[in-house]
Unconditional design. Sequence first.
Length: 226
Amino acid sequence: MQWAQDLQAGALDPIVWGRKASRLADCTRFGLSVPPGLAITRGAESERILDETALADLIQPWLTVNNPRAVILRASEISEDGDETAAAGLSLSVADVPATAAIVSQTLVESGILLGEGSVVIQSQLQASWFGVLMTIGGGWRIEMSKSHQAVTSGDAIDAWLETDGDQYDAGGACIAGAPILSLAINSKLLVDRLMPPFGRHLDVEWAWSHGTMSLLQVRPLTVQL
């Protein structure tokens, strides 16, 4: 049994690793920007490695290679984000974890995030200026964004929005003047064009804008049409 798998190492079976980890690994294979991540198996089979020392030994090589300042832990459930029902905030995540093997392994055990099926994705936490979601609508898409990652995924008030229909776009929001609207419009079109062939026309994408790059945090089907 393979206990851990780098998201950049190849395809991940969603039945083993969960849909979140599987789709992020696919996006990496497609050449899209995805923060470095390591998936660790959960559930009965992974109980053998729940010891913090063993977990630290498993995580340390990935931390050494990627050298993140902090990481976010995301549960990747087998049953979440299917074609019938998908939504943000349905599985556990732990943000702002200091990137040392001892602290990450301790957090994995004490938070309970390793319990269940699928895997846990340990991912480099981006220092992003904007966080957002992209949802396809009709022949275009809508972006909702905020300075806070929590605001976007929890449904709180957003700081700015962008909506496109073909070559036309509209934008607004309290912080619209500070948002990189043109760059987001261009990047989101490229992103949608790359994601639709493998994942279908109805998309719900979480992203972060960091140093002029739109990085993918999660891709799932859009099950509620806008």
